[in-house]
Write a protein that binds this ligand. Structure first.
Ligand code: SF4
Ligand code: SF4
Length: 397
């Protein structure tokens, strides 16, 4: 089974695109207490998992039972945020129809509920220890789209060739969820969704909290492309970074109890090993600290760099640079400029943007319109200009 999943090219469809066969390979001393299907898509704008649960519930549960067939979990659950009532209803109906032992568990609506460790904590009431993986507490977490891909391959022989992508944003003519072949040019997908309506759009890959700035659309849809957001330059706040004022909001916001202010200071000084000692590798890059920081400090961006550099420090890899220098800034995107009340509510546990809408067969492959893009509107985003930081300032983040 593991070899088949590898040959089908199946990866985690939540966005990280981690090879599924690696995740599903258990060591002899490991066992699965609970197989969790992750339907907690909790970033604003992104609704592709919601549509998968609504439109592909049968395949989702089929893939789940195929996974259960070789992982032998004691318990099987699908975790869905409570505001996705239609998905919960559809899944429960399908569970009853198939007569399978799958629990559909509504979870509190909050960010970042979709993170593996948060979900395990919510369902099992246990924390994954620092430096450990979910399987170390007996949990196997997989995105709902991954289960659909498993079903597709085992029932039809079709490898992972397509995925559902949320194409949204206030600078897009027709926000839509599309089922699109991997490799399709993003420009083609955006054109399919009515094209861009703003002269100076800002493009993000993924959601506004964890996504990456994309300079243009001359790139293909990849296995990990969960969303394309097209925002207007009016929504993008040119960032200004100030010194840390020791307000501790980032500490309060961090769901894994790190000290982002201290980690940011260490990153600025290039003290990578000290960051390792402060458990930066436990950061799962949710972006909450950057979002909440009143000084606009690019915290999560520097943690991404630090984690990459620490991995490179492993024997045989190139050594890290001396500091977090300008060469590392090209991919930076900060959510600290998100000023929408909706986004703030969401991070604090407010409502999630709707993902309902009609179903239709269309040219790219298939589309599921977002029913109320207005709910997703007004979410500004911005690129952090680190030149605003004074490297000589000893207290500048
Ligand atoms: S991005 Fe910030 S808030 Fe999120 S886990 Fe990492 S340090 Fe904590
Ligand atoms: S890094 Fe930002 S949020 Fe954290 S203590 Fe400093 S100013 Fe406050």
């Amino acid at each position: 089974m593991i070899r088949a999943i590898q040959m089908a090219g199946i990866v985690g469809m939540g966005g990280a695109a981690f090879p599924a066969h690696v995740k599903f390979s258990l060591k002899p001393d490991q066992s699965v207490r609970i197989l969790m299907l992750n339907g907690c898509e909790c970033e604003p704008f992104l609704t592709c998992d919601h549509r998968v649960m609504l439109e592909q519930a049968e395949a989702l549960l089929d893939g789940t039972m195929i996974l259960a067939g070789f992982l032998h979990p004691e318990r099987i659950a699908i975790a869905v945020e409570a505001n996705k009532a239609d998905a919960i209803r559809v899944l429960r109906q399908e569970v009853d129809r198939q007569g399978i032992p799958v629990e559909v568990i509504p979870l509190e609506v909050k960010y970042p509920q979709g993170a593996e460790k948060m979900m395990i904590s919510a369902i099992l009431g246990e924390e994954v220890p620092s430096g450990k993986l979910p399987i170390d507490v007996g949990a196997m977490v997989s995105n709902v789209g991954t289960a659909v891909a498993v079903s597709d391959y085992f029932r039809t022989g079709k490898p992972l060739m397509e995925r559902v992508v949320t194409v949204s944003g206030t600078a897009l003519a027709r926000p839509t969820n599309v089922l699109v072949p991997i490799g399709t040019p993003m420009q083609e997908v955006v054109d399919f969704c009515g094209g861009i309506t703003h002269p100076e759009p800002r493009i993000l890959l993924g959601g506004p909290m964890m996504g990456m700035v994309q300079k243009n659309l001359d790139v293909p849809i990849m296995k990990g492309t969960s969303g394309i957001l097209v925002l207007t330059d009016r929504e993008v706040v040119d960032p200004v970074t100030y010194s840390c004022i020791r307000c501790s909001r980032c500490v309060d916001a961090c769901p894994v109890f790190l000290n982002p202010a201290r980690l940011g200071l260490l990153a600025r000084k290039g003290l990578w090993l000290e960051m390792d000692e402060q458990h930066v590798m436990d950061c799962f890059e949710c972006g909450s600290c950057s979002f909440i920081c009143p000084s606009g400090i690019p915290l999560v961006q520097s943690f991404r760099v630090a984690k990459g550099l620490l991995r490179e420090k492993r024997p045989g890899n190139k050594p890290p640079p001396d500091s977090f220098d300008d060469e590392n800034h090209y991919f930076q995107f900060t959510v600290s400029s998100l000023r929408s009340q909706h986004a703030a509510d969401h991070v604090g546990g407010g409502d999630h943007p709707g993902a309902g809408g009609a179903h239709g067969i269309l040219g790219v492959r298939e589309q599921w319109p977002v029913d109320d893009p207005g709910l997703c509107g007004g979410l500004p985003a911005g690129r952090m200009d680190l030149s605003a930081c004074d490297p000589q300032d000893p207290i500048a983040w």
